[in-house]
Design a binder for this molecule. Structure first.
Ligand code: GLN
Length: 263
């Protein structure tokens, strides 16, 4: 009996804690793109009370309000995610996820709590009077990540600083990204270290940015043939236009101001 290719295991970590912003849609986007290449997918939902498996191929960590973040950090303190990364797994961590993977992040009372130290950054509470960072974002990755502009939206209180020499996902063309206190020309979003990628972009970001999804997939399953699904690509292109195209006009260069939403 011949056995087919083994399933790509796509894990969503703690969807009940880190699921405020629909980031588990990143799992659906990856599953779609894996199946479209003729490979089987095994979705793995890891709830906060579950044992954390170290054998998955991709781990997805989403955004949340401030309250659940310390619980997620405590559950991840056992080192399973670091073991998975050491074995070659990829991680996409969005907003709370990015903050959790840094060295420290602000707890609900603003005091720093230990992160996992899988990304070279720290996150601090904003200075008094700094508004919440909310709006649409366009990020331009550098030449080492030839995936085109990445779009999404951000909604965060914490402000993150990369270590000197660390690699961001890209430069921010619109919106704020990691740290709104920097001059516009110095603003960057996210961090990339090996196969661990953090970003402030919700969306879900992999549904809006197929090239980013394929970058992450390529890390774990090797070079990928382009996906030829004209109807799906048209839908993605329409969604990208709706989200970003309207705001590339001069009138929309500044991020839209939204209400001060919880998160
Ligand atoms: N609660 C964190 C903050 O506001 C993360 C928010 C999010 O995940 N969108 O900084």
């Amino acid at each position: 009996m011949t056995s087919g290719p083994s399933a790509v295991r796509v894990a969503v970590l703690f969807p009940e804690l880190l699921g405020t912003y629909g980031d588990s849609g990143n799992a659906a986007a990856l599953a779609y793109r894996i199946r479209a290449r003729g490979l089987p997918v095994e979705p793995v939902r890891i709830r906060a009370g579950d044992r954390i498996p170290t054998g998955c191929d991709v781990y997805l960590i989403g955004g949340s309000e401030d309250g659940p973040q310390p619980f997620a950090a405590a559950r991840l303190a056992g080192g399973e995610l670091a073991q998975a990364v050491d074995r070659g797994a990829a991680v996409l961590a969005v907003c709370s996820g990015l903050q959790l993977l840094g060295r420290h992040f602000p707890g609900p009372d603003g005091r720093p709590l230990a992160g996992l130290d899988l990304l070279p950054l720290v996150t601090r509470a904003p200075a008094a009077g700094l508004p919440r960072t909310v709006g649409d974002v366009r990020v331009r990755p550098g030449p080492e990540l030839p995936i085109g502009d990445v779009i999404g939206f951000e909604n965060h209180r914490g402000q993150s600083t990369l270590d000197p020499g660390a690699s961001p996902l890209g430069s921010v063309l619109q919106g704020y990204g990691n740290d709104r206190t920097l001059a516009p020309a110095d603003r960057v979003d996210g961090a990339v270290q090996g196969r661990v990628l953090g970003s402030y972009l919700h969306g879900p970001v992999l549904a809006l940015n197929p090239a980013l999804a394929d970058l992450v997939l390529g890390w774990v399953i090797g070079p990928l043939a382009p996906l030829e699904d004209p109807e799906h690509e048209r839908q993605v292109a329409r969604a990208r236009l709706r989200r970003a195209g309207l705001r590339t006009s001069r009138r929309h260069r500044q991020p839209r101001q939204y209400g001060q939403q919880a998160g």
